[in-house]
Design a protein around this ligand. Structure first.
Ligand code: NDP
Ligand code: MG
Length: 387
């Protein structure tokens, strides 16, 4: 039964992390470990409520603060990336939910799989940058990767009961973000507040900006290829403003199976935690008559250049997706720091993709190096643009 499960949540103070804890609270799932980077106040609160055996903090000064704050509890507070990997690999876990933000999630995912722990994955950057290092390891260990991303959870759900019939194509839906319908000239004027104002979802800052540039859909395009082993030609991106139809799978006979629900991340999170069972979630029910109509559009790949850049990267394969992801992480960080304008994110990513060398076969070290090189390239280019 799902309530007997013991899980660890990496990145428990984030948007996905807090919603995952809400699911655990609701279902009585036991929490073995939690992690945060800097949010001392929230991780202390979470630790006091869930009393995990381990609390991992990856920022040194935050670690010192949290260790002191939790001294009167049975929680063991530990520091750093090695500790995060050790928590991911701990055999006490039935499942490790990785919801940290960005490339830092790659090593903990590999550590969990290497140890034979099942992984529920929100951290899409892990699959984009690590690619076959991750899926190959999961296959060798005979472990399914349980998707938390709503589109990939939808596809995964559509495939339940498909009796092994192959996927003809995937319809990957995208909300279109806050800048749907805008021209490049209009996007020259947008600021950080505009990009963070997502119409349907409340999420962490990085993924919210990725939704505004459509890079989020680009990363998800690559994530879908890795998870479901389909070629790029088999994925169609479709803008769906209401975020009610979370994605769909087409089969050989032309039948399309879709998963629908109100836009609430607790549904895909819970499905990953209780899979293959379904239990009550307390989430608002979908009333199609209340929605009235659902709308669909082609994506504007001219204006939103990050989406075609991601498709190009996955077609090149090798280290290109890791370079794309690293360049994007750095460009988004610069945008959020107020150092570059919105449209420069896509330009810097495209430049880095051309400049940073790729190779077909790679190790984890090569991926980490490609990530570093892409980030350095974006920093250097952005500094040149500013001059
Ligand atoms: P948030 O920014 O809200 O949370 C990120 C989490 O990662 C926090 O717990 C944060 O700790 C931790 N973290 C940040 N930097 C580091 C670091 N350097 N080392 C270790 N931990 C770190 O992000 P979201 O929850 O929005 O997203 C998390 C992941 O899930 C991303 O990969 C995103 O793409 C994916 N995702 C998110 C969705 C959503 O609805 N939010 C939907 C689908 C996928 P602290 O709080 O202490 O800084
Ligand atoms: Mg998504």
């Amino acid at each position: 039964m799902p309530t007997k499960k013991t899980i660890s949540i990496l990145g428990s103070t984030g948007s996905i992390g807090t919603q995952s804890l809400a699911v655990c609270r609701n279902l009585g799932i036991r929490v073995h470990g939690l992690s945060a980077h800097k949010n001392c106040r929230l991780i202390e609160e979470q630790a006091r409520e869930f009393l995990p055996r381990y609390v991992v903090i990856t920022d040194l000064s935050a670690y010192r603060e949290v260790k002191t704050a939790l001294a009167d509890t049975p929680c063991q507070v530990v520091y750093g990336m090695e500790a995060l990997c050790a928590l991911a690999a701990d055999p006490q876990n039935d499942l490790v939910l990785n919801s940290v933000m960005g490339m830092v999630g790659l090593r903990p995912t590999l550590a969990a799989l290497e140890a034979g722990n099942q992984v529920a994955l929100a951290n899409k950057e892990t699959l984009v940058a690590g690619g076959r290092l991750v899926t190959g390891l999961a296959q060798r260990k005979g472990l399914p990767i349980l998707p938390v991303d709503s589109e990939h959870s939808a596809i995964f759900q559509c495939l339940q009961g498909s009796a092994g019939n192959p996927i003809q194509s995937i319809l990957l839906t995208a909300s279109g973000g806050p800048f749907f319908g805008k021209t490049r000239a209009e996007l020259e004027q947008v600021g950080i507040g505009d990009a963070l104002n997502h119409p349907n979802w409340s999420m962490g800052a990085k993924i919210t900006v990725d939704s505004a540039t459509l890079m989020n859909k680009g990363l998800e395009f690559i994530e879908a290829i890795r998870l479901f082993d389909v070629p790029p030609e088999a994925i169609q991106v479709v803008i769906h403003r209401e975020s009610v139809l979370h994605s769909a799978v087409e089969f050989a006979d032309g039948s399309v199976i879709a998963q629908l629900g109100v836009p609430d991340m607790r549904i895909p999170i819970q499905y990953a935690l209780t899979y293959p069972q379904r239990v009550g979630s307390g989430v608002r029910r979908l009333s199609l008559a209340d929605w009235g109509k659902l709308t669909f559009f082609e994506p504007d790949c001219e204006t939103f250049s990050c989406l075609p850049a991601a498709i190009e990267a996955v077609k090149r394969d090798g280290l290109a997706p890791a370079i794309l992801n690293g360049a994007n992480e750095e460009a988004v960080a610069l945008f959020l720091a107020g150092e570059i304008p919105f449209l420069q994110i896509g330009e810097l990513v495209r430049e880095a993709l051309e400049r940073v060398p790729s190779q077909d076969d790679f190790t984890l070290e090569d991926v980490l190096e490609a990530d570093r090189a892409a980030k350095d390239c974006v920093k250097t280019l952005a500094a040149c643009y500013r001059r």
